[in-house]
Design a protein around this ligand. Structure first.
Ligand code: GDP
Ligand code: MG
Length: 180
């Protein structure tokens, strides 16, 4: 059966230095560098994006740094900004994953319980811990998002979380396994 290509616009937002550029590099080229020039200039701050940037996106990734509590709390502002400016054609919010990045580092500034509650309260599709550096959960998380987008575009079906739940990406017989 002949396949066909689909193109989706996926936004990646979050505070400076949480790993957004690294995520895109990792996912598109499977590479990682410690030396990306900061896109914004180094501040940890929230900046509202223009409607034009959000336009016609099919999904969103909001990323924070698990070692930096400010980037975590700012995720709420990123989510609110997104929801105020973008909905699917049917009026639903776009699928949005919360990625708790840099899970290879310790100590974490937030607990898994806090993240879980936050994810549910703020209407995320789901959340998981990632390490772009160690290529942990990146492809898996993006696959969840792609499946969700396909579902929204009427191409597929499945049972995916949409209540902010933790997304357990571990295959095999080790339920409850957590990163690091
Ligand atoms: P952006 O400003 O959100 O685009 O962040 P960058 O992608 O430029 O990353 C900021 C810094 O964090 C860089 O030095 C990256 O190498 C580093 N970084 C990104 N992801 C990870 C990760 O998963 N673990 C660790 N330890 N460092 C990371
Ligand atoms: Mg960047």
């Amino acid at each position: 059966m002949a396949g066909h290509d689909r193109m989706f616009k996926v936004l990646v937002v979050g505070d400076a230095a949480v790993g957004k550029t690294s995520l895109v590099q990792r996912y598109s080229q499977d590479s990682f560098s410690k030396h990306y020039k900061s896109t914004v200039g180094g501040q940890e701050r929230f900046t509202s994006m223009t409607r034009l940037y959000y336009r016609e996106a099919s999904a969103c990734v909001i990323m924070f740094d698990v070692t930096n509590a400010t980037t975590f709390s700012n995720s709420q502002r990123w989510k609110q900004d997104l929801d105020s400016k973008l909905t699917l054609p049917n009026g639903e919010p776009v699928p949005c994953l919360l990625l708790a990045n840099k899970c290879d580092l310790t100590p974490w500034a937030v607990t898994r319980d806090q993240i879980d509650r936050f994810s549910k309260e703020n209407g995320f599709t789901g959340w998981t811990e990632t390490s772009v550096k160690e290529n942990k959960n990146i492809n898996e998380a993006m696959r969840v998002l792609v499946e969700k987008m396909m579902m929204n575009s009427g191409d597929g079906l499945g049972t995916l979380p949409s209540q902010g739940d933790y997304i357990n990406l571990q295959p095999g017989p080790t339920p409850g396994w957590t990163c690091c």
